[in-house]
Write a protein that binds this ligand. Structure first.
Ligand code: SAJ
Length: 416
């Protein structure tokens, strides 16, 4: 099989390399020349465990190349971003998906399978992609097999989850579904679940929405407990002993390019019906302000000035700062002239990020932990000894070793 992937980002690149390492000839297409050049020179441009080694192996055997232009192939996979539009409901911006469709049309031949992996609003395949390919002269289900196969892998574990997760394959016709399923049999060891395109679109969106709504509940619980002088983390631990309860974990907000984006695709299509989804977004979006205000109170209590922000990424052990509540909090604090704000994040290579842990901590009045990187989990209390006020507000409850010299604040004891 020959595969042409459009989009070499967090999903398109690992997917391309996974196919290439299972004997598929892959050409990966991206509009970014630097990324294409880097990849052809054996360097990945994103952080993902296992990906660098896998790229080197497939380049060595000549199974993968990156390119600025598509090529003829048996299967095409579209894995481009679908951001929110800047409209009233932050609906799904399909422009990259439609542009990618446009770009592959000149290369399509009878019998090709076209798969959209990007997360898309419900009915996108039926109402947008299918009509465009029909307009180009193809009969869907006869000439071209059109499929939505949403990606569902967790950043940080992509290479493992690509193989082991169950995979939803939603064809625009039943014939399309069958052809799509054959493609993923190449490497998927989880169940390949066959359905139609609309169900696949909505299932993917609801997975992330389920998580967003549940995190909103946990964040609300943290605020309620703080008001009522109750240990929220203990409550979650207790409630989760019930066999049918699984409360999520409160934090500084919800980020990344999935949970903070996808629920709006549903809201925009059915605003009158999607009330809980909409409110949950509001609750999660309120968390950066809540954390910022709490951090300010903690610093002001000791007439402090320096705040050390630990972690800018949207979650632990990744380099991704898209929609990151941590970035939002950093920027909010940094905009206030009364504080000296230093960001420390071993995973983020931005010029303003302090590389030296000692410098970041020296004279600080508060460590504000916003991402659960492994490096923070392992921090020993002596690391904080050069601080001016030895206090840590750990919004992710990540630091494992606590000592009497340092005041540790989290959602369990914030009220004290
Ligand atoms: N978070 C909390 N509390 C929790 C769990 C997460 O505050 O209890 C926060 C995280 O810190 C982060 C955000 O939520 O800011 C999202 O993180 P995540 O680990 O839940 O998910 P993502 O965005 O990295 O990946 C999700 C996954 N979806 C689900 O688990 C249902 C992944 O499987 C999807 O492939 C991915 O979205 C995607 O691309 O859609």
């Amino acid at each position: 099989m020959k595969l042409c992937t459009v989009g070499l980002g967090y999903i398109g690149l690992p997917t391309s390399i996974m196919f290439a390492s299972h004997d598929v000839d892959v050409v990966g297409v991206d509009v970014k020349k630097e990324a294409v050049d880097l990849l052809n020179n054996g360097q990945i441009h994103i952080e993902e465990p296992g990906l660098q080694d896998a790229l080197e192996s497939v380049l060595k055997v000549g199974k993968f190349k990156a390119s600025l232009e598509p090529e003829k192939a048996d299967t095409f996979i579209i894995a481009v971003p679908t951001p929110n539009k800047d409209d009233e409901y932050l609906s799904c911006d399909l422009s990259f998906v439609m542009q990618a469709t446009e770009n592959i049309i000149p290369y399509l031949e009878k019998g090709n399978v076209v798969i959209v992996e990007s997360t898309i609003a419900p009915r996108t395949m039926d109402d947008h992609v299918k009509p465009r390919l029909e307009e180009a002269g193809f009969t869907i289900g006869e000439d071209i097999y059109l499929v939505h196969c949403p990606e569902r892998v967790l950043p940080g574990q992509i290479m493992h989850e690509l193989i082991h997760n169950n995979r939803i394959v939603g064809g625009v016709t039943p014939e399309c579904t069958e052809k799509g399923a054959e493609v993923y049999q190449t490497f998927v060891q989880g169940e390949i679940i066959k359905t139609d395109a609309r169900t696949a679109e909505m299932s993917k969106l609801m997975e992330n929405t389920f998580r967003d709504v549940n995190i909103a509940l946990a964040n609300e619980l943290a605020k309620v407990c703080n008001k009522l002088n109750i240990n929220a983390l203990e409550v979650i631990k207790m409630a989760n002993k019930h066999p049918r309860v699984n409360l999520h974990t409160p934090g500084p907000g919800v980020g990344g390019h999935c949970l903070a984006v996808d629920p709006y695709f549903i809201i925009a299509k059915a605003p009158e019906q999607a009330k809980l989804i909409s409110l949950s977004r509001e609750i999660n979006k309120s968390m950066p302000d809540y954390v910022t205000e709490t951090a300010e109170k903690l610093v002001q209590k000791n007439n402090g000035k320096k705040i050390t922000v630990f972690g800018l990424t949207y979650k632990g052990n990744v380099d991704d700062i898209r929609e990151s509540p941590a970035m939002d909090i950093y920027e909010k604090l940094n905009a206030k002239p009364e504080y000296e704000v230093v960001a420390y994040d071993p995973h983020v290579k931005l010029s303003f990020v302090e590389k030296d842990l000692e410098k970041a901590l020296s004279g600080s009045d508060l460590v504000l932990i916003l991402s659960d990187h492994n490096e923070f989990k392992e921090l020993k209390s002596d690391a904080f000894s050069t601080m001016n006020t030895l206090q840590v507000f750990d919004t992710k409850n990540v630091v494992q070793e606590h000592s009497d010299e340092v005041t540790y604040i989290n959602y369990g004891n914030l009220y004290k």
